[in-house]
Design a protein around this ligand. Structure first.
Ligand code: ATP
Ligand code: MG
Length: 363
């Protein structure tokens, strides 16, 4: 059987630096765990613009639609700030998201014990935290029509429209329930059904999908404002949270700060199933290209490494190997490995991006 295929797009800034550590880990899996991937490297963002005059070449787009998973570093940087909007590095990423139809954005908030002091909350609230927020990514108020700034009488009015179809809600709900089957079998859906029609439909449809297709999953519903409060008060009550584009945007950033550094946060975006039934998938760290620290060996590669762990679990059915990699990250942190972003007030000597890769490989 052919090896699973992986398209690696390191991108700009610290993207290539953190991706270099992932590449070492991928090689390790091939050598030590007999888990080989067909890996292709290509350009995206400013790097692609420099070579091709476009932030995403058509050939790269075509490959992204064919491979089992895409792993992306980061795009953008000050060098490209003055480019025309149509060729900005970010447009490369947006095109990938759009053409792969990545409607389900998975953002875990996981707190490694070694970093529990690092959270903005008390240690006992976050220690051992492991939750997943599923955000609908391609519809809702960011895309609904009509939208615009219009004249109305003698003033202007700014209009956006929250709009969800049943099928849009169904597909993101399914993706959350599928996820819950691999985790704690518990989903909490968040909307504002008390004041929004789209919320009423959201609640009805998620419940209907659960009753018809996922009776093994426990589904609860919560108003999103209460959800924000509960996320900060007692986040461990949740396992999978599913919510719309706008609420998900806010709630996932809120959850991110439960765990500490931006350098620790992975993400996955899933789309419609391919011919083999697996969803199209793009994995990337939550952070950007961090031009302020690029080229200095200061970047924390863990967000990108954990993004690869998500790929192992969700695109390649290698949950045990994903857990192995996550444990190695946990062990390296417990052994005291710290890039500069993870230095607490107690100080100490930070290590480089590559040394963090060493520590994780050793673990
Ligand atoms: P984007 O617009 O691409 O999301 P951003 O403006 O949100 O980018 P980032 O590039 O994510 O910003 O960087 C925000 C801050 O976090 C910077 O100070 C950066 O140095 C720091 N940072 C981001 N990623 C990492 C990382 N992997 N390791 C260490 N520090 C990081
Ligand atoms: Mg950002």
């Amino acid at each position: 059987m052919a090896n699973p295929s992986l398209l690696i797009l390191p991108g700009d800034g610290i993207g290539p630096e953190v991706m270099a550590q992932v590449t070492r880990i991928i090689d390790w899996f091939g050598e030590k765990r007999d888990l080989a991937f067909d890996v292709e490297h290509d350009l995206v963002g400013g790097a692609a613009y420099d070579k091709h005059g476009t932030p995403l070449h058509d050939d790269t787009m075509a490959r992204a639609l064919e491979v089992d998973a895409v792993l992306l570093g980061a795009v953008g940087g000050p060098k490209y700030d003055d480019l025309d909007f149509s060729v900005k590095p970010e447009r490369g990423l947006l095109r990938l998201r759009k053409e792969m139809d990545l409607f389900s954005n998975l953002r875990p908030a996981q707190c490694f014990d070694a970093l529990a002091d690092f959270s903005s909350l008390k240690k006992d609230i976050v220690a051992g935290l492991d939750i997943m927020i599923v955000r609908e990514l391609t519809s809702g108020v960011y895309f609904g029509e009509p939208r615009g700034i219009f004249e109305e009488g003698n003033e202007h009015v700014g209009i956006n429209t929250q709009r969800y179809t049943e099928s849009e809600i169904e597909r993101v709900a399914r993706s959350a329930f599928e996820l819950a089957r691999r985790r704690g079998s518990k989903v909490c859906s968040m909307e504002k059904a008390n004041v929004m029609e789209s919320g009423i439909l959201w609640r009805e449809v998620t419940q209907r999908v659960r009753d018809a297709e996922y009776p093994d999953i426990e589904l609860s519903h919560m108003y999103a404002d209460n959800g924000a409060m509960q996320l900060v008060r007692a986040p461990k009550q949740f396992d999978v949270i599913v919510t719309d584009n706008l609420f998900g945007d806010i709630l996932s950033d809120c959850a991110a700060m439960l765990t500490g550094s931006l350098g620790m946060l992975p993400s996955a975006s899933l789309g419609a199933p391919n011919a083999d039934g697996r969803p199209k998938a793009l994995y990337e760290p939550v952070h950007g290209s961090a031009p302020d620290i690029a080229g200095q060996g200061k970047a924390n590669p863990i967000a990108c490494i954990l993004s690869f762990a998500m790929a192992l679990r969700y695109s390649f059915d290698q949950g045990d190997e994903a857990a192995r990699l996550e444990k190695a990250v946990e062990q390296a942190l417990a052994d005291g490995a710290r890039t500069p972003d993870l230095m607490g007030p107690e100080g100490g000597t930070p290590i480089t991006t590559e040394e963090m890769g060493d520590a994780i490989l050793k673990a």
